[in-house]
Design a protein around this ligand. Structure first.
Ligand SMILES: NC(=O)c1ccc[n+]([C@@H]2O[C@H](COP(=O)([O-])OP(=O)(O)OC[C@H]3O[C@@H](n4cnc5c(N)ncnc54)[C@H](O)[C@@H]3O)[C@@H](O)[C@H]2O)c1
Ligand SMILES: O=C(O)[C@H](O)[C@H](O)COP(=O)(O)O
Length: 390
């Protein structure tokens, strides 16, 4: 049985080694490093484990006659043609929620960095677009920072979910917007160019400074229109992690942004390790194999990268201190600098992602806190920020 896997799936081969120690027929693993797996590997693959950079369509499937199973270690699935998979009889799994905490941390880090630079937290409303796993994770952390968060999600609102709304005008009037939707081009609520020239113009109109964050998929925001609105002098700041024509990016767009990163919002170490673990677990279940994986917590603890980041916190923090603690664990500005320093070549963009440094999550911050942390208000706030209290 040949498992073909993206080389950028940390822990994958280690987990397969653990499985092989439990069975007589060894599972074979071969990895690939380019966006698309080589034809020679596809020809022999029984199962394929990918990231979002690998496009799976009828053309790829035609090269993989033995393929029975496909898994993507990502939340997004817009790189996979599910109709072609169905026609080819290939089972498919993605990893809902797997790196949602990392995306929440990314948005918190963006707000922390910009607020410290401006010496003020946003005072207006924060609209989270899409109240799923990543949107909730971002909203929760911003609530912990004391921001006034609301969730715009028409599909969930139509399904009767409480605490979400479908009021687009409220979105446009908010001070901050953070996008957390899948990329869709059809249906009642398509998200491609949700923020087109008109929406961007309305959002950025007026005296109040606005902030747009997109860590979902590039085409959710019309990139050229965004550049034109900012270049036209609107009071609009923008943070982009995702790009309309990835892996291509435009220098002239990046220069107009306050923060720009190479699609790494979900790339915490735990988020990436979780993708490998979740996929192998799903594959084992589908195969009906009675082999055991360690629990995810056990697996994570086996890596030094999964250990606690300890912070002394004898005194009650103010918002600036909370922001500094966030940046101590994950500082988005370093990723911004890496992208700005890198030549604007698609291969360089991919290399930044492939060679991405190990990143901790906010939940790894352990505060050795004074009595202040015991009040109900602080317990709520620190829990929302996912900090631990020792
Ligand atoms: N930058 C990154 O590294 C990164 C990491 C993880 C996920 N993502 C992207 O973010 C997307 C969202 O992830 P998630 O875990 O929150 O997904 P999710 O499925 O948990 O939630 C998505 C939410 O968006 C809502 N939605 C759909 N269309 C909408 C619309 N037109 N307007 C408002 N809301 C709408 C859905 O009802 C759902 O509640 C993924 O599909 C993926 O493309 C990016
Ligand atoms: O959808 C997702 O989960 C993310 O966008 C994911 O983190 C993308 O990263 P990649 O798999 O391309 O490394």
């Amino acid at each position: 049985m040949l498992l073909v896997a993206d080389a950028n799936l940390p822990g994958f081969t280690r987990l397969v080694d653990e499985l092989n120690a439990q069975c007589e027929t060894a599972l074979q693993v071969e990895t690939y490093t380019e966006r698309q797996p080589p034809k020679a590997l596809l020809a022999r693959a029984d199962a394929l484990f990918i990231r979002s950079v690998t496009r799976v369509d009828a053309e790829l499937l035609a090269q993989a006659p033995q393929l029975q199973w496909l898994g993507t270690a990502t939340i997004g699935t817009d790189h996979v043609d599910v109709i072609a998979l169905h026609a080819a009889g290939v089972r498919f799994h993605s990893c809902p929620g797997v790196n949602a905490n990392a995306v929440g941390d990314y948005v918190a880090s963006a707000i922390a960095a910009l607020s410290l630079a401006q010496d003020a937290l946003p005072t207006g409303e924060v609209a989270i677009i899409g109240a799923g796993n990543t949107g909730r994770a971002a909203g929760q952390r911003l609530t912990g920072l004391g921001l006034n968060v609301h969730y715009y999600d028409p599909p969930l609102a139509a399904a009767g979910v409480a605490e979400v709304h479908a009021d687009w005008q409220r979105v446009l009037q908010s001070q901050v917007v953070s996008c957390h939707v899948p990329l869709t081009v059809q249906g009642e609520h398509p998200t491609r160019h949700l923020f087109d020239a008109k929406a961007l113009g309305e959002f950025a109109g007026g005296e109040q400074g606005k902030l747009l964050i997109n860590a979902s998929r590039g085409p959710v925001v019309a990139e050229q229109a965004l550049a034109e609105v900012i270049a036209g002098g609107a009071q609009l700041q923008a943070v982009l992690d995702v790009w309309e024509h990835e892996p291509a990016t435009k220098t002239e767009v990046i220069e107009l942004l306050v923060l720009a990163t190479p699609h790494i919002a979900g790339h915490s170490f735990a988020g990436k390790l979780g993708g490998s673990w979740q996929l192998l677990k799903k594959w084992l279940t589908d195969q009906g194999l009675a082999l055991q994986l360690p629990s995810f917590q056990q697996f994570l603890q086996g890596y030094p990268e999964g250990q606690a980041v300890v912070q002394q916190a004898p005194d009650e923090p103010d918002w600036r201190t909370l922001c500094r603690w966030i940046l101590q664990v994950y500082d988005i500005r370093k990723d911004d600098q890496l992208l700005r320093r890198t030549a604007r070549q698609p291969a360089a963009f991919d290399a930044l992602r492939r060679d991405y440094a190990v990143r901790a999550e906010l939940s790894q911050l352990h505060l050795q806190a004074g009595a202040w942390a015991q009040t109900r208000r602080w317990q709520k706030c620190l829990t929302e920020l996912t900090f631990q209290i020792d």
